[in-house]
Design a protein around this ligand. Structure first.
Ligand code: TRP
Length: 434
């Protein structure tokens, strides 16, 4: 269960989203804010999802209904279906890029650095090529969910995840030795708080939710499989640390290279696809490393989309009595159309903006900065205000048998009841005021 939760947490969020946000938001200051948010807001939220999941032993929509029967809380479950659905709509665009780059790596395209410049922007702005790999990626997700070979892909993920870790570690070590990389290391570890604005706060908090798959019912569902004897405090810490480790390591592999190769760190969503191929071209055995790297990224992305789609399909099948097949192909059709819009917002539709954001950015913003925080606040409020205090105590301390957890219980309870919901609310609102 712990591995499955780490598998859901570690995905494109760590390898693609975190490094590019660090680049956009000025380096070390963003990382520090992110770590603070993980401990102040994400951990209480993760604990809340653990408590709701394990106390109810049901999926997200059933859980609230069981713990608070016949109340409006059951509609919170709906939120936990909407967020993953919207995330897939743009996550599969990046999944498609990874697939394209995996094909390119297999074709040994990353051996000549002269061919790499401009490759990414050409690819994403061309009208059809990215749609093809995006569709293929979505199709792979749907086929796996349809066949229910989830355990197979999870097992595959367990091999690929450590591989991904070591490939990124190797790249990070190599990249730091490059001339010019020290600028990037400084950027990563020397904070410049003058660059911090309200937007930085919202982005760091959104990432702290996105990366840990919080506020959208996934962790809650996994937690329902936790044993009564598991220590949910230490499990939560382990998940948060593993996720953080991947994110920081990925940044160490990417940002020093950004400086060494003179790429603009504020490049945005394309950052890893711009810089990594250049590194592979310059690296001994780079072509081979590239194949393993993009394969591992692909698997990490797939395990995430599979678990997101599963949430939506389970909802349609259990609550609306759809057949599994109809649900999957129905989702595929809608998601493909949304994916086309998101993908085209880098090319033909790049001038279509809503509140200054492209369609792709809108989906990302809506999911990570609005729906996930909102779902998160509700989960904390549910545990802190709606559930009975002795029940929360029993879950957190395993009926009082965990000594350390019993000792720090008042502190955790305070965080779940006041700090996390108020903190999330403030940061979310600040985005609209600042
Ligand atoms: N945490 C995942 C990542 O870092 C993304 C994600 C967000 C997710 N919400 C999710 C994955 C829900 C599975 C289920 O890439």
């Amino acid at each position: 269960m712990l591995l499955a939760m780490v598998g859901s947490a570690v995905g494109l969020g760590n390898i693609w989203r975190f490094p590019y946000l660090v680049g956009v938001h000025g380096g070390a200051a963003f990382i520090i804010l992110y770590v603070i948010f993980v401990f102040l807001l994400s951990l209480p939220l993760l604990l809340s999802e653990f408590i709701i999941g394990r106390a109810s032993r049901l999926n997200a929509y059933g859980a609230y209904d069981k713990l608070a029967p016949n109340t409006i809380w059951r509609y919170v479950g709906f939120l936990s279906v909407l967020s993953p659905f919207l995330i897939i709509a743009y996550y599969d665009v990046v999944g498609g890029w990874s697939l394209h780059y995996f094909f390119e790596a297999c074709a040994m395209s990353f051996s000549q650095s002269s061919e790499i410049a401009g490759m990414f922007s050409n690819h994403i702005s061309s009208p059809f090529a990215p749609l093809f790999t995006m569709g293929l990626f979505l199709l792979m997700t749907c086929v796996v969910v349809l066949m229910g070979v989830q355990s197979g892909i999870e097992r595959f993920g367990k091999i690929m995840m450590p591989l991904l870790f070591f490939v990124i570690l190797a790249i990070a070590i190599w990249v730091i030795t490059l001339p010019g990389a020290s600028e990037g290391v400084k950027y990563l570890f020397k904070p410049d708080f003058s660059k911090v604005t309200g937007k930085t706060l919202v982005a760091a908090m959104g990432q702290a939710f996105f990366s840990l798959s919080l506020g959208c019912g996934t962790m809650l569902t996994y937690a329902s499989y936790a044993k009564k004897s598991d220590n949910i405090g230490s499990s939560s810490l382990q998940i948060a640390f593993a996720d953080l480790l991947f994110a920081i390591l990925a940044s160490c592999a990417i940002l020093p290279g950004v400086f060494a190769f003179g790429v603009d760190p504020g490049e945005g969503p394309g950052l890893i696809f711009e810089t990594l191929p250049m590194m592979f071209a310059a690296m001994p055995l780079g072509s081979l490393v590239a194949i393993f790297f993009f394969l591992a990224v692909l698997i990490a992305a797939l395990t995430s989309t599979i678990s997101m789609l599963e949430v939506v399909i389970a909802y349609l099948v259990e609550e609306h009595h759809a057949s599994r097949k109809a649900a999957v192909w129905g989702c595929f059709s809608v998601l493909f159309l949304l994916g086309v819009l998101c993908s085209m917002s880098f090319g033909p539709l790049k001038d279509v903006t809503i509140l200054g954001k492209t369609i792709f950015d809108c989906f990302d913003f809506l999911a990570a900065n609005i729906l996930m925080p909102f779902g998160g606040i509700l989960a904390c409020v549910f545990v802190g205000w709606k559930m009975k205090k002795p029940d929360v105590y029993a879950e957190l301390t395993n009926e009082g048998s965990l000594r350390f957890m019993s000792k720090i219980y008042p502190l955790i309870y305070f965080f779940i009841r006041y700090v996390a919901p108020a903190g999330i609310l403030c940061v979310t609102i600040s985005n609209f005021l600042l």
